[in-house]
Design a protein. Sequence first.
Length: 400
Amino acid sequence: MFKIDAAANRIKPLEVKRFTDLGFTERKHLQEWLENYPQALSPGEGDELLIIQKEFDGFDDTRERLDLLAIDKDGNLVIIENKLDDSGRDVVWQALKYASYCANLKKQQVVEIFQRYLNQKAQLEGAEPANAEKVLLEFLQADDLQSVQLNTLKSQRLILVAAHYRKEVTNTVLWLSQFGVICQCFKVTPYQAGAELFLNVEQIIPTPEAADFMIGMMAKEAEEKSASHEQLNSHRLRLAFWEQALDAFSHSSCSLYNNISPNKDHWLSAGSGLSAMVFNLIFSKNEVRVEFYMSRSQAEVNQFAFDRLENQKAHIETKFGAALTWQPLPNRKACRIVFAKPVNGYDKANWPEMIQWLVEHMVQLEQALSGPLEKIRHQLKNTDLSGGQTDQDTELLSDS
């Protein structure tokens, strides 16, 4: 750090000093400075802190004291530990202990702790103490205490302050950040220029530039964990549903799924006798459906089968007993014929009715398509879809 001499248009280096060399102590000096000017630990807009207690020892069965206890704009408790010239090896462990103690503090207890602090300050100053609840609400910009979220689960923050940090401390802080523990390290450095003394307060972990990135990464990780949990839950539900559904099919007149095993997918497929053309059962969060799905690698084969089935649409739907949804899926290889029912699929109370519906309508769909599919199977054996046809091919292709 340099001091600017505007008159001489020069800069002069400031001399780095140690707190102990200057006669400063942790409690009488550094702690007092931060207590009365917590903005030094608020590098960004909206990061304001409100000190609500110092030398706090209100923990059950322990005489330990945390240096400063604060609250941020989101109602999170902030544990501030000061270590002067050297962080020591155990500062993270101390801060974590204090955070665990504070995690149990209820909203009213936080207000009472703050009120005692205000009472102590007023007594020293010979003034009337401020009302803790009123000051808190004003700081948090809230109308009433009941609507405020204060010291919620896993919301406690840590701030460490020292002139020098040991590697074991910084490594641990960075490791904790991976688990969503918000811990900031501020480096405080005293400087001297003649009789003048200066203090530089710099956030080194995370750097201000990296803070938003880390917050974004933690949010992304939380989202991914939530999605992963949701996916795992979906897999378990599907497996359980298919186990029950296959058991019901084994006792029905439909033999399509006799050799099919339950899985974690939202569909079960059974062969129709035509390669890559299958009968699907679909189980999703919002619907169940039965379908005939045509997905040969050659799009023209799928279109061939679909067209011939659609030519018999009236006959097929009459035999099925309801109108079907016909999806030629233009510009894509696959085609399908579908019948669906909206349901709350993840409510297990609905499963017996859903399974009965699947069994009933798959039986109907198989019966409605069995004759036309047999004809298509024969036609495909004798048809060159690449362009050439025999006399027999012409006859078969024109036969609807």
